[in-house]
Design a protein around this ligand. Structure first.
Ligand code: MRU
Length: 337
């Protein structure tokens, strides 16, 4: 099954907060349920939160009782406003909302046409995501050599997308091509997307994976166990890539060991209008740091900092793997300029 699916006015997804202990599917029927699922990270990962937001707008249109296109547009715009407030960093969310709103605004007068335009656009975006990821996988697999040890951080797999993944698509295609690869998955504190999701996906697909804690990255690189790093991204701006907290540390350690550091992401993650200083880095609840799962691991009243993402300057990036090919940092800078 895809990570997220539309079925007759209901969105079905897997609750990622329960993995790998439970594979529980949830049904989402309203825009506010969708906003809540994104905020609480039942649905997480940049590409899939974009598609989820598009489906949130589709739910509003599909179930609306508005009698005119003007009133329907007001409802869709208020749903968009709610969705925009869920998570600030991944640009895919804002890109997807903008794309669906544009489609809706092109329809005048006919209510049914507007509903169909919104639902169809959300569906199209879900399908495009799968195709795009497959292309990212095919482009990136050209970089992978037999015997590579590949380190990845967080989860940029099928769970973070509609299917296939971005960083993990590269690994999947290389594996399908018969290349022997071993993946090192960092656990990714505080919410453990690496341990819970990347390890789960790769193990299920029988791709060799070794789990390490975040503070083992220097050790595995110094032991020459890693020949490439591939991560995803939440936003790629003119001067940097923004991804899960800890990515910057991984990039610096890779640079120190002359280990190539690649970013795999669709062009919908590019935000060529901004510099990293202009991006809001999401700050999440201190509870995520104070607790590991349900277990408290720090004293009561402790001060906590919990940024969900960090900023890796382009200097550390060997290439950006996207659906149209692989861009070097220099090529990317040219594009951004
Ligand atoms: O907080 P999350 O789990 O939504 O963060 C996800 C990441 O940082 C991923 O690496 C990124 O979204 C790329 S997913 C293809």
């Amino acid at each position: 099954m895809r990570t997220i699916e539309w079925k007759d006015g209901v969105v079905i997804t897997i609750d990622q907060t329960k993995l790998p202990m439970k594979e529980e599917h949830v049904e989402i029927k309203t825009c506010s349920e969708m906003a809540d699922a994104i905020k609480t990270m039942k649905i997480r990962g940049a590409p899939v939160i974009g598609v989820a937001a598009a489906y949130g707008l589709a739910l509003t249109a599909y179930h609306s009782r508005a009698q005119t296109t003007e009133n329907l547009l007001v409802e869709i715009e208020s749903c968009a406003e709610l969705l925009r407030k869920t998570r600030p960093t991944a640009v895919n969310l804002f890109w997807a909302i903008g794309r669906v709103l544009n489609k809706a605004k092109q329809v005048h007068g006919n209510l049914e046409n507007m509903v169909n335009a919104v639902v169809d656009e959300a569906q199209r975006m879900a399908n495009e995501d799968v195709e795009t990821n497959r292309k990212i996988g095919e482009n990136g697999a050209k970089l992978i050599e037999d015997g590579d040890g590949i380190l990845t951080h967080c989860n940029a797999g099928c769970l973070a997308t509609v299917d296939y993944g971005t960083a993990l698509a590269v690994i999947r295609v290389a594996f399908e091509q018969g290349k022997h690869v071993r993946v090192f998955a960092t656990e990714t504190r505080p919410l453990l997307q690496g341990a819970r999701l990347t390890a789960f996906e790769l193990k299920r697909d029988k791709i060799p994976v070794t789990l390490i804690t975040d503070n083992m990255v220097g050790y595995v690189m110094s032991k020459k166990l890693v020949s490439k790093v591939i991560v995803g991204a939440d936003r790629i701006v003119k001067d940097a890539i923004i991804n899960k907290i800890g990515t910057f540390t991984v990039a610096v350690v890779a640079y120190e060991h002359s280990t190539p550091f690649y970013v795999a992401a669709p062009k919908s993650t590019f935000d060529l209008t901004r510099l990293s200083k202009d991006v809001v880095i999401e700050e999440r609840s201190p509870e995520e740091v104070i607790f590991c799962g349900k277990q408290r691991i720090a004293p009561k009243g402790i001060n906590v900092l919990n940024p969900a993402f960090d900023i890796t300057p382009l200097k550390y990036v060997s290439g950006i793997i996207c659906e149209t090919g692989i861009l070097s940092s220099a090529e990317f800078k040219k594009l951004a300029a």
